[in-house]
Design a protein around this ligand. Structure first.
Ligand code: GLA
Ligand code: ZN
Length: 658
């Protein structure tokens, strides 16, 4: 387990470094991340490299037992780049070129920028190869899809299309371009989707193309670092649930996945749990790093709320409980200048260890030491339930013209939240990952689905799996074209035993009227977002719509296929529906809660040397009574815990058998 902070030695006088290193050491820290915004320090003029500042900082940190994660510094470009290469900046759909300053304003497809990235990465990788105090690398910082539409992007897009489609005619057919005379004769006629009403297929592929370009940019940096030092371990810091980049594919180019998270407040701890599960999925299991975790107030969304006592500790252990093997807080010290001058560090502007964050984190440092001693690092998380989530689905929702209010993650979290409330652990995986180890697979909003994915889902159910999907199933092919088979398409109709001829979109700015109501198990539930009118062709009806023209269509169905079942939930419903509906299904599939706890208490299990370690997190502002099967031992504070005990607000314990 690593424990540390994001550190900017270049912002502070050298005389201060030793004080910082000593304070870090005293807080139990063993790592800092450095360098991601220091391009101007490393390369003050093109081709002139300076390493003395970071050499000295890395040396001094090492003398205090602090290891280093070094970043390539391409996240913020020096002024000389734009002076020399004025077309590096991102161009928006209206043709406006973004200005120099700030960060992340250059284009991934700009050949000059690609070359500058190669050069600075190679210079750093050669200089720091085999350095005994550098234990990991991070490429750039929080890569993001820029939406750039400059001429370099247009040219690269045409090459990308030529590589993905056999001919312009094949492209015309795949995207349905006869509509509004948008067919092309040559790839040279195709442009980035600058207009608002381009075809969804065009917009979807442009997003895929841009993601591919970011992946290629990252891959080059990784390859250069490894060519200089084959033992280098390289990561990139993801933005949790961000879907502008195909993070799953990016992970194939990295040694491990790292994440950045700013949970903001106590109400966001359910969303944070989802985010951690998403990241663990990209990492192929536990062992991801938190390269940036919030450690105080943040200057976003016009707020500077200071986390109350205990909050940082709760965020930290929540991340570890979900599979983090390293925690680095953003940032070591609040900086005095720049647009993040009111973004809290562990120590404040005055650099004093009297800050509450520093004192709390020092306490957490001791707990991390105990988790380390127990052997937590690298320990696994085993779940029996998976939720499917994919980049292509997320992007398809964005280009979908049938209501721009679709929110993919909000739908996934309807299911995730209900299971979280019952302390049932989940993995978030891709439709093409191995599903055979899960008793239950949740596949909400599986709108864009390929024939190969459908075949895999069918095999999963035939072999005994429980598969649950929701509305808009099969409504798009790979290119966001609407299929001509009756919904949800023949293969999916066979699997779920239903046909759909009618649906209602409830995504309106004003309240929708009428709105379908669903009756299930003696209760009625309001619907939102979307409602499919299900006509069973073999499935058993579990629930029907009760009002208006929606009655008596089926709303929820269940179809036995082979040894398993395929369940269709035709609408988005109120939270209390999922809370009631899912646990019995999971129980029937043999999935049991880790522990029964009061609402707002999250329980997560990591297996250390095969034995469960239960993290019990009180995510509420009230004390909560906890009842265990037997007395246990809290590893965090190294103390016995009785069979029943009271967990104070925002407190957490990590329990193993006494
Ligand atoms: C991101 C960035 C950091 C910093 C924080 C502020 O995560 O990676 O450099 O800007 O946001 O919240
Ligand atoms: Zn561009």
């Amino acid at each position: 387990m690593h424990f540390g902070a994001d550190y900017y030695p270049e912002y502070w006088p050298r005389e201060r470094w030793a004080v910082d290193a000593r304070l870090m050491q005293e807080a139990g820290m063993d790592i800092v991340r450095i360098g991601e915004f220091a391009w101007r320090v490393f390369e003050p003029e093109e081709g002139i490299y300076r390493f003395d500042l970071f050499d000295d900082a890395i040396q001094l940190l090492g003398e205090h037992g602090i290891r280093v994660m070094l970043c390539t510094p391409t996240a913020a470009m020096p002024a000389w780049v734009e002076q020399k290469y004025p077309d590096v900046n991102v161009v928006d759909a209206a043709g406006r070129r973004r200005s120099w300053g700030a960060r992340k304003n250059w284009c991934y497809n700009n050949p000059q920028m690609q070359e500058l990235s190669r050069r600075i990465t190679r210079a750093m990788a050669e200089h720091y190869a085999h350095h005994p105090n550098i234990i990991a690398w991070q490429t750039d910082n929080e890569f993001s899809y820029s939406g750039c539409m400059c001429d370099h992007c247009a040219a690269a897009f045409r090459r990308w299309l030529a590589a993905h489609y056999d001919s312009p005619e094949a492209l015309n057919a795949a995207w349905g371009l006869r509509f509004w005379s948008m067919e092309i004769h040559s790839f040279g006629e195709m442009i980035p989707p600058r207009e608002r009403a381009h075809s969804p297929s065009h917009m979807l592929d442009y997003r895929r193309f841009q993601s591919d370009q970011v992946l290629a940019f990252n891959r080059e940096q990784v390859q250069i670092i490894k060519s200089c030092d084959p033992r280098a371990r390289v990561t990139h810091n993801y933005m949790t649930t961000y879907t502008g980049i195909d993070y799953r594919r990016m992970a194939h180019d990295l040694d491990f996945v790292a994440n950045d998270m700013y949970p903001r407040d106590i109400t966001a701890l359910e969303r944070a749990a989802f985010g951690h599960d998403v990241i663990r999925g990209y990492n192929g299991g536990a062992g991801f790093w938190m390269n940036e975790l919030q450690c105080g107030y943040i200057n976003r969304e016009n707020q500077l709320r200071t986390p109350p006592p205990g909050m940082i500790r709760l965020w930290t252990h929540q991340a570890i409980a979900h599979g983090a093997d390293a925690i680095l807080y953003f940032r070591w010290r609040s900086c005095t200048g720049g647009c993040e001058q009111f973004h809290s560090g562990i120590v404040q502007h005055d650099g004093s260890p009297v800050s509450r964050s520093y004192r709390e984190i020092k306490g957490i440092g001791q707990e991390i030491e105990r988790l380390r001693a127990l052997g937590l690092t690298g320990s696994a998380i085993e779940n029996e339930v998976a939720i499917l989530r994919s980049f292509d689905m997320a992007r398809a929702m964005e280009v979908y013209y049938g209501g721009r209010l679709f929110d993919y993650d909000a739908e996934l979290q309807r299911y995730h939240r209900a299971l979280l409330h019952h302390n049932i652990g989940m993995d978030v995986v891709h439709p093409e990952d191995d599903l055979s180890r899960y008793r239950v697979v949740l596949a909400p909003l599986l709108m864009l689905v390929t024939p190969a994915q459908v075949a895999r889902l069918r095999t999963y159910v035939e072999q005994g799996g429980t598969l649950i999907t929701s509305y808009r199933l099969g409504a798009y092919d790979w290119n966001a074209i609407v299929p001509t088979e009756t919904l949800p398409g023949d293969a999916l109709a066979d699997l779920f035993g239903v046909r759909i001829h009618e649906y209602d979109s409830l995504m309106t700015e004003a309240p929708a009227d009428p709105t379908p109501v669903v009756a299930w198990n003696g209760q009625t539930y309001a619907t939102q977002v979307w409602a499919d009118m299900l006509e069973p062709t073999g499935a058993e009806v579990l629930a029907r719509y009760t009002n208006e023209w929606y009655a008596p269509y089926a709303a929820i169905t269940q179809h036995q296929v082979g040894k398993g079942v395929a369940i269709y939930v035709g609408a988005a419903l109120e939270d209390r529906f999922y809370e009631a509906f899912l646990p019995p299904l999971l129980g029937a599939a043999g999935v049991m809660p880790a522990l029964e706890t009061p609402p707002g208490v999250q329980v997560k299990v990591r297996r250390v040397h095969g034995e469960p370690l239960w993290f019990v997190l009180n995510c509420t502002t009230a004390s909560q009574p906890i009842t265990l099967p037997q007395p246990m031992h809290d590893v965090l504070l190294d103390r016995p815990v009785g069979r029943t005990f009271v967990l104070p607000p925002r407190d957490v314990v990590a329990l193993r058998s006494a």
